[in-house]
Design a protein around this ligand. Structure first.
Ligand SMILES: Cc1cc2nc3c(=O)[nH]c(=O)nc-3n(C[C@H](O)[C@H](O)[C@H](O)COP(=O)(O)O)c2cc1C
Length: 224
């Protein structure tokens, strides 16, 4: 695993050096901040740089469990959602529905509901994130759980690229679905008939930079 990470980092580094700025462009920009912008633009225009940026985004995403108390602008959230629904999905059925909850009153109501099942621990399962995302799957489509998972990952990667932290959450789904008297919260979320809450995501600006957890590369085998 270490070797894998080292290789991935090494590749990114080689690409980053290969992409590192262009004198002609910098001259046009007259230095200063513009030069930085110019370098970024060139960086993204070169294909090896694009792939390095994409790989770096995937390798740098980590679950964030501590957030700044700072709102995420609506345009940023819209971009994240747009990336989410552009995920691959079975037969393009888009067998998902998404609800974004920023209203602290509704968040408190959901916390109180979850606490009836799992106490304080359950109440805190969205951590201190300002944005809570609820994803429901179409129960009538056998691949909808995969569609929702792929959409969630697209959202989390887009968020990471935009400096927004996330953590994918299964526990709130359990708490909400197990809670007696959950009808009011579910009706406020307003999923369509036939849709079932399946996954949540906490979102907000990160107030921590966790290390990557180890991955087991032996789970992957090339079969001749
Ligand atoms: C389906 C799913 C459910 C998860 N549920 C929770 C959860 O309820 N609480 C939590 O803190 N993290 C949850 N996580 C986050 C994982 O713990 C995390 O992705 C994993 O430990 C790897 O760490 P990383 O995301 O930083 O790479 C969940 C992740 C997935 C994919």
């Amino acid at each position: 695993m270490k070797l894998f990470n080292t290789l991935a980092c090494g590749l990114s580094l080689v690409a980053a050096v290969a992409c590192g700025g262009d004198a002609a462009c910098k001259k046009e920009c007259n230095g200063g901040d513009c030069a930085t912008e110019c370098t970024k633009k060139e960086y993204m225009e070169k294909s090896e740089c694009k792939s390095a940026a994409v790989i770096d985004n995937m390798m740098s995403r980590r679950s964030i469990r501590n957030y700044k108390q700072q709102a995420v602008p609506r345009e940023v959230l819209n971009r994240i959602m747009e990336c989410g629904i552009n995920a691959p999905n079975g037969q393009n059925k888009q067998s998902w529905e998404v609800r974004v909850v920023e209203n602290p009153e509704l968040q408190n109501e959901i916390k109180a509901l979850m606490a009836t099942v799992g106490g304080e621990r359950a109440a805190g399962c969205f951590y201190n994130a300002p944005v809570w995302v609820f994803i429901a799957r179409d129960k009538g489509y056998d691949f909808s759980a995969y569609d929702c998972g792929l959409m969630a990952e697209n959202m989390m990667l887009a968020a990471n690229a935009l400096g927004v932290g996330t953590v994918c959450l299964g526990s709130p789904v359990r708490y909400i679905l197990l809670a007696e008297g959950n009808e009011q919260v579910l009706s406020k979320l307003g999923f369509s008939e036939g849709y079932e809450l399946s996954l949540c995501i906490s979102m907000g600006y990160p107030d921590e930079t966790p290390e990557a957890k180890p991955r087991d590369l032996s789970k992957v085998k090339f079969v001749d």
